[in-house]
Design a protein around this ligand. Sequence first.
Ligand code: SF4
Length: 254
Amino acid sequence: MHFKNDKAIPLPIIRGIHQSWGYDKGDADFSVTELLQPPKVRALSIQHKDELVQDYSNSIASFIGTSVHKMLEDGNADDENLITEMRINSSLVVDGKYYTISGCVDLIDKNQNKIIDFKTTSAYAVLGDKIEWEQQLNIYAYLYALEFEKDELPSAEIQAILKDWSKSRAKNSNTYPRSPIFVKPIMIWKKGDIEEFIKERIRLHIDALENPQDVICSDEERWMSAKGKANRCEDWCNVNEFCDQYKNNMEENK
Ligand code: SF4
């Protein structure tokens, strides 16, 4: 991956962004984030890894998120009941082959048998259901139970910091979050269902590597707007220049 700076972001901020690039999945086959990526995106990213170019301006959201996570990690480090930023690697067998999954759980409350994931996001993001958050925390719950040899899966919640929260909107709406911190409980599935879900994601990713162009990203994966704009493809997918599906859709919509 190469980086460019088309928006002329000042050097001190570029250095801060570089400083925030800490997470490494190590020798694992998949990070949890990768597992939840559209298989076509991951497969094209691997196929074109030496040609990929990303603008630093697209790293700002993750830079803010990582910085906030660091403060939360440091701020909670001395509480003996809590484990912060715990990396967990676990293997499971899919179609006769071992695959290792790596995840980082933001906070584990040992007394309450609860895992917590911090998000820095918009107020809009917490108003509806986000299935990817549910999937992510279910995988973490599964990894955590394996790591600690627990029969019972932990409960889980998102603690979201709403970057754009507005006091006046909160006053004038019944549905808008009441506070810039929003706590969202996450439903935990049955253990067997999580395991099947993980295995299915692994299969999809392995199949996609065979021929990425034959794989189709769904409308949900493409973040289709009500007006028919594929938001992810157009603005957020760093493999769009290598993607036939995107190019064909652009041709059709001309
Ligand atoms: S450009 Fe769109 S269709 Fe192509 S890989 Fe990216 S998200 Fe999927």
